[in-house]
Design a protein around this ligand. Structure first.
Ligand code: BDP
Length: 684
């Protein structure tokens, strides 16, 4: 129950004074306007008030002046009655809102005014959050607009109900090769997502196999439409991942060549068909020419040709194409080390800048490889001036502990968003590229692979709920700090005990660096077990076809990506980042082995040698996990049994994993280098 509710606990407020104060605002609610979204807004408000304050407010379906909460869109309300000027709303974007406490006839009144009905819904969620956080409602004034336009989650769910890189059970969307008819869970997911500002979702895996290809046919579209109805009511647009070879696989054509007239016509008709079922359908997510998925390369066409045929088809209906840049050769010969996977996205897409239609968005993973615990930021950000682009993060912890190990990812995402690309001189941070402001993009935003499944607590590890929450809140407003987001999440999830807040906050904020400490060192990445990607296998990917190497030998380790002697990848950045990464002296320690191959005796900026750093961080990482266990154990009795036990058990799994990593990594490098640990600790 508690774990299922995630951050929408809405616990009864017991503080009498506070309750009195809140109640005086919440007796009568006036709602102006009619729409499915306003309906959800009111439902959420009533539910929250009932649960926290034990109140059933009187509802006026008009702008009743006696109401103490007045909600509606700015165009429908009589703003001057409240001393407001409609000019104010020029500063707020389509999804923004105003929350303001005013005095009306000696009575305090709360205004929740959206620029659109979606804004009203977000204002309601904000108000409920304020109650959950026990904030005063007197003298409120919030003028809020989301900073990013598209705020999306990508489900990697397959129609057989398995979830690719899913660590929390089966899909909530599918059941035995059909779309589920059990919509409760989907509705609750929509509530959770809208409460943190998510406004778009793709509901099937980017790898579109045989049966999933049919999701865009009559066989499935009526059921997809039902899901879209649920999400629509919470301000969320539905997208589908599609198979680029659909014209062949379900269309009976002999080709999927994007320049073929029959193919063009086929996609046009298909778009019409889909929009017939879902009038506000979002569009397509496409993984093409990537990891054995079909794409335009088969026909000698490029990715602009591929994306544009779809964009053209969707355009009349207002749909968009989200085209993924995760394109690289996954069948490399490891003996031929002249190609560098890190270079691939830039090499493929930079030359195409300006050739995509304006309803195409390129989706770029945050790093050039694949969601490793530490990577530099993808150099494609900033390099595309005339093409819409969006960030792809991974909330699912594929390479960061798979929701067995604790890894709070908000600090990682923040680092990425704050990174200055220097694309247009100083101040060209990633956050300004993905919010569309740097190049005035028509479409922009952020998406991420979701981390939920049908586990009772949604995310497997209860503390992994913080990643989903933090993701939504951060992309709404990237200025929020990791500390703020961690604390906010803890309060709405576990309550207000100050010891508890401090303990969990510390655990969350330390967790990324702890995970990094006991896994692959200094930005080199990988070293994971092939296929499932959990646990250590130092050479697991070293002699395989995926282009993922660490090059460790008896003398040293790291990938030379410099301009002079390496793959030249460092040259894909703007100055001064290019020079910073390229030179051994200026390359930051944490990414040293991503950019340079160095001897084990190379001295880091920290003063330690690389080999000693490896030993030290791995011993430290395990000790830190023991520290997490200790911290959590002190919370016994302060948290319900179910959630307490869930986390305790996961922490034990993490400890086992951390020890395995420590022992394998330390032993491996001791044997390779023959250099002893300065402190003579147990290395086998
Ligand atoms: C990798 C995953 C793989 C995905 C791929 C992708 O291991 O399962 O299909 O990314 O993003 O991280 O397409």
């Amino acid at each position: 129950e508690k774990s299922y509710a995630c951050w929408l606990q809405y616990d009864r407020i017991n503080d009498r004074n506070l309750c009195e104060d809140y109640r005086k605002f919440c007796q009568e609610v006036a709602v102006k306007g009619e729409s499915v979204i306003l309906h959800s807004a009111l439902k959420e408000l009533k539910n929250g008030l009932r649960s926290m304050l034990d109140i059933e407010p009187i509802i006026y379906k008009d702008e009743a002046m006696e109401a103490s909460i007045i909600m509606g869109t700015y165009e429908q309300l009589h703003l001057q009655e409240y001393g407001l000027d409609s000019q104010l709303f020029q500063k707020i974007n389509e999804e923004g809102y105003l929350i303001k406490t005013i005095k009306k006839k000696e009575k305090e009144t709360l205004l929740l005014i959206g620029k659109s009905d979606k804004g009203v819904l977000y204002a309601v969620h904000h108000l409920l959050r304020l109650l959950q956080l026990r904030e005063s409602l007197n003298q409120l004034e919030f003028i809020e607009s989301p900073k990013n336009q598209i705020r999306m989650l990508n489900q990697w769910d397959n129609i057989d109900a398995s979830v690719e890189r899913g660590y929390s059970g089966q899909s909530i969307f599918y059941d035995h090769n059909k779309i589920t008819q059990n919509h409760k869970r989907i509705r609750d997911y929509a509530r959770l997502l809208s409460s943190v500002g998510i406004n778009a979702i793709s509901i099937n895996n980017v790898n579109v196999w045989k049966v999933e290809t049919k999701l865009i046919t009559h066989e499935f579209l009526a059921d997809v439409a039902k899901i879209a109805d649920i999400f629509r009511a919470y301000g969320i647009k539905t997208f589908l991942s599609i198979n680029f070879a659909s014209p062949i696989e379900i269309g009976g054509l002999s080709t999927a060549d994007p320049l073929d007239n029959e193919v063009k016509k086929w996609w046009k008709n298909k778009a019409g068909e889909i929009f017939g079922y879902i009038p506000d359908f979002g569009g397509f997510v496409v993984k093409a020419d990537s990891e054995h998925r079909p794409g335009p390369f088969s026909y000698g066409r490029d990715h602009a040709d591929g994306a544009n045929v779809l964009a053209q088809a969707l355009k009349p209906f207002g749909g968009i194409v989200i085209w993924r840049c995760f394109v690289y050769n996954c069948l490399q010969d490891w003996r031929d080390r002249s190609t560098d996977r890190a270079r691939a996205a830039y090499d493929h897409f930079k030359p195409l800048d300006g050739q995509f239609l304006d309803n195409v968005i390129l989706q770029v993973k945050n790093g050039p490889m694949d969601f490793q615990v530490r990577e530099p930021v993808s150099p494609l950000f900033g390099a595309l001036e005339k093409t819409n682009q969006m960030m792809e993060f991974q909330v699912a912890q594929e390479y960061t502990g798979q929701q067995k190990d604790l890894c709070f990812l908000v600090p990682l995402w923040k680092e990425v968003l704050e990174f200055d690309t220097y694309a247009h001189g100083q101040g060209s941070a990633i956050k300004k590229i993905v919010d569309g402001s740097l190049y005035n993009a028509k479409f922009s935003g952020i998406c991420a692979v979701s981390n939920i499944g049908d586990d009772a607590n949604w995310t497997g590890h209860t503390l992994a709920q913080a990643n989903l929450y933090g993701y939504g809140r951060l992309i709404w407003n990237p200025e929020l700090t990791s500390e703020e987001l961690a604390e906010e999440w803890i309060r709405v999830t576990f309550g207000h005990d100050s010891f508890l807040i401090e303990q969990i906050k510390q655990m969350l904020l330390d967790s990324w660096s702890i995970y990094e400490n006991y896994t692959a060192p200094l930005g080199v990445g990988w070293m994971v077990n092939p296929h499932h990607h959990y646990g250590p296998s130092i050479d697991g990917y070293e002699y395989s076809v995926w282009g993922t190497y660490h090059f460790a030998d008896r003398d040293g380790i790291g990938v030379d990506r410099t301009l002079e002697t390496g793959t030249g990848y460092a040259g894909q950045y703007f100055s001064p980042n290019k020079e910073m990464y390229n030179a051994l002296e200026s390359c930051p320690d944490e990414l040293l082995l991503f950019f340079h191959h160095v001897p084990y005796t190379h001295r880091l900026k920290s003063g330690k040698t690389v080999i000693q750093h490896i030993y030290d961080t791995h011993f430290k990482g395990v000790a830190q996990v023991e520290g997490l266990i200790e911290k959590w154990s002190q919370l016994q009795g302060k948290i319900d049994e179910e959630r307490f036990t869930n986390v305790s058990n996961r922490l034990q799994l993490q400890l086992k994993n951390a020890k395995e990593w420590r022992d394998q990594v330390n032993t491996y490098f001791y044997r390779k280098s023959g250099i002893a640990d300065e402190e003579n600790r147990a290395i086998y």
